[in-house]
Design a binder for this molecule. Structure first.
Ligand SMILES: [Zn+2]
Length: 152
């Protein structure tokens, strides 16, 4: 909680909410987000954490609505915290390809979008199954075991 308002310096901060909106892929996404509100000047502040929670929720909604526009792809990637070069490595394309998708020079590949949607969902849920799988596949070739016992 802020002690004084960074804008007017008054000790008038109180918890509140505000409606945040983001327009991505031609759709406006809205959410009621917790803020610290100044009772004196009316300025409000969103914590970094709540701002990120909003972005992740928007990224999930983009996935749920199967939005694969260039800006949606870029927004979803950023919500997962992956740099373009990292995502490229994980899904086996060049960084230039990711750049072309995000600038709209080339249509986003459906399979890349599906993987990114999975990464967004897991990022929101705090799991990493797809990320772990992609990392293993992108990694250097490990020595193959001769035999593996599997469980039924
Ligand atoms: Zn203020």
């Amino acid at each position: 909680m802020l002690e004084t308002c960074p804008s007017c310096q008054e000790k008038a901060m109180r918890p509140g909410t505000t409606e945040l909106t983001r327009k991505i892929g031609g759709i406006t996404f809205k959410a009621e987000v917790p803020v610290e509100l100044c009772g004196s000047c009316g300025e409000w502040y969103v914590s970094h954490e709540d701002g990120h929670r909003f972005d992740v929720a928007v990224a999930r909604a983009l996935g749920a609505h199967a939005i694969g526009t260039p800006d949606a792809f870029k927004f979803m990637r950023k919500a997962t915290g992956l740099r373009a070069v990292d995502l490229a490595e994980l899904i086996g394309v060049t960084p230039e390809t990711v750049s072309r998708w995000e600038t709209g020079k080339v249509s986003v590949e459906r399979r890349a979008l599906a993987l990114l949607q999975a990464l967004v969902t897991e990022h929101a849920e705090g799991t990493t199954a797809t990320l772990d799988r992609l990392r293993a596949l992108a990694g250097k070739k490990k020595r193959k075991p001769r035999a593996v016992r599997v469980a039924l």
